[in-house]
Ligand binder design. Structure first.
Ligand code: C6P
Length: 405
């Protein structure tokens, strides 16, 4: 089967030259973190070799160049999701973006207010809300998940008391694509602010914050070909302007006296201290790389591979696949178990064949409990994966079976 993105794309990713235990690398763990094309790696070294200086501080060539490149990266990200420059805040990762929101929006919460999450959240979109709720006496409620791992969006959960709705766009365990437009609409109807955890969606599909009318969106560079240590918080300008900063210090201020301070314009009001300049600039390069391929093409490629992977894995005796059966409701993530072999054992035997998958609870313990699972194997696909990668996995599973016979 020929996929939309040619397999020669792997040549852009130096890591695929590596052998693991003497075998070609088959990387099926991009939901955890994606691999990096040489353009991104070169952007990092180019910055340190030719441009490094602190931003927003020096009136000299290096500092001005670094400032322009770092700001330009914000513009590239803004264009990717149809946001304004001022609405793009660089953070460390999705986790920090959501912690920023939980702190800042948490300051407006009162006892008895409600925060609505789903039962399928990654810990990053659960623990910060849980903790803020405990501090202010708010109540955390949950949209339930059915047996196929889809949300049951019950209108009655949205009440006058609901102040924040925070949901994942795509489950990092099951790949379920959630009806976020419907959830945003329901949240707004009761006057709540709606936060979308888009860590697993923005790397894989077109995403338009304006069309969705999302209030806040969080995602990470490292899952979309960019460096680690850089993430994004999108927020509607009028909301960010009203919000209290999360971190205080250099660069986020306008004027400071010994008694008080005023804060900088957006987005810098939320980017205190020297940021990850190199990471930010190289993230801009990653966004450019994705945009050149086209997010529609990446989405289509992932869909084709998901279908192929489902077909091939379903033929393997002893496989149980979790999540939506209707592949239209599913992104390129497959959670499965094999025979009664522990996922850690499956993963480590696959590793001897050069194959990387994830095994465990995937940082979503409540969801695993609902699915009545301790852990699972998980494969996740991206633009550099091929049908040959799936074939290699299927073949290697037979080796796993033999070891445990
Ligand atoms: N999921 C996975 O293997 P950070 O670590 O901050 O970049 O992303 C956190 C995060 C938040 N939400 C969702 C839906 C996620 O999938 C993740 C990260 C990885 O599934 C690592 S646990």
């Amino acid at each position: 089967m020929k996929t939309l993105i040619p397999k020669e794309i792997k040549n852009d990713f130096p890591i695929f030259k590596r052998k693991i235990h003497g075998k070609s690398l088959v990387y099926l763990d991009s939901a955890s973190s994606s691999q990096k094309p040489k353009q991104v790696i070169e952007a990092l070294s180019n910055y340190y070799e030719k441009m490094h200086a602190n931003i927003h501080r020096g009136i000299y060539t290096l500092s001005e160049e670094a400032t322009l490149a770092y700001e330009d990266a914000h513009r590239k990200v803004a264009r990717l999701i149809n946001a304004k420059f001022k609405e793009i805040i660089f953070t460390k990762n999705t986790t920090e973006s959501i912690n920023l929101l939980a702190y800042s929006l948490g300051l407006e919460l009162k006892k008895g207010d409600e925060i609505l999450l789903t039962e399928m959240e990654h810990h990053a979109n659960l623990v910060p809300w849980q903790q803020i709720a405990k501090r202010v006496g708010a109540v955390v409620k949950f949209i339930k998940v059915n047996k196929e791992g889809e949300l049951i969006v019950d209108e009655q959960l949205f009440t006058k008391k609901t102040k924040i709705v925070a949901v994942t766009h795509i489950s990092n365990v099951l790949g379920t694509i959630n009806p976020i437009a419907e959830i945003i609409g329901k949240g707004h109807k009761v006057g709540a602010k709606v936060v979308i955890d888009a860590a697993q969606s923005i790397p894989h599909m077109p995403f338009d914050v304006k069309a969705l009318d999302a209030d806040f969106v969080a995602f990470s560079s490292h899952k979309m070909l960019g460096p680690t240590g850089i993430g994004v918080l999108y927020g509607k300008q009028e909301l960010l302007e009203q919000m209290t900063p999360f971190l205080y210090g250099g660069d986020m201020i306008k004027e400071v006296t010994l008694e008080d301070s005023t804060f900088n314009d957006l987005p810098w009001k939320f980017e205190a201290g020297t940021p990850n300049i190199a990471g930010g600039i190289a993230f801009g390069t990653a966004v450019e790389y994705l945009t050149n391929i086209g997010m529609h093409n990446i989405e289509q490629h992932d869909k084709e591979l998901l279908k192929y992977a489902h077909e091939q894995l379903s033929k393997v005796k002893g496989i149980t696949i979790y999540g939506p059966k209707d592949l239209k409701k599913k992104s390129s993530i497959i959670a499965f178990n094999f025979e009664d072999i522990h996922p850690h054992d499956v993963s480590s035997i696959l590793d001897t064949e050069g194959i990387a998958i994830r095994g465990g609870h995937h940082c979503a313990m409540p969801l695993m409990k609902i699915l009545n699972l301790q852990s699972s194997c998980r494969l996740s696909l991206y633009l550099y994966n091929t049908t040959e990668d799936i074939d290699a996995l299927v073949k290697a599973l037979e080796k796993v079976r033999k070891v445990f016979k």
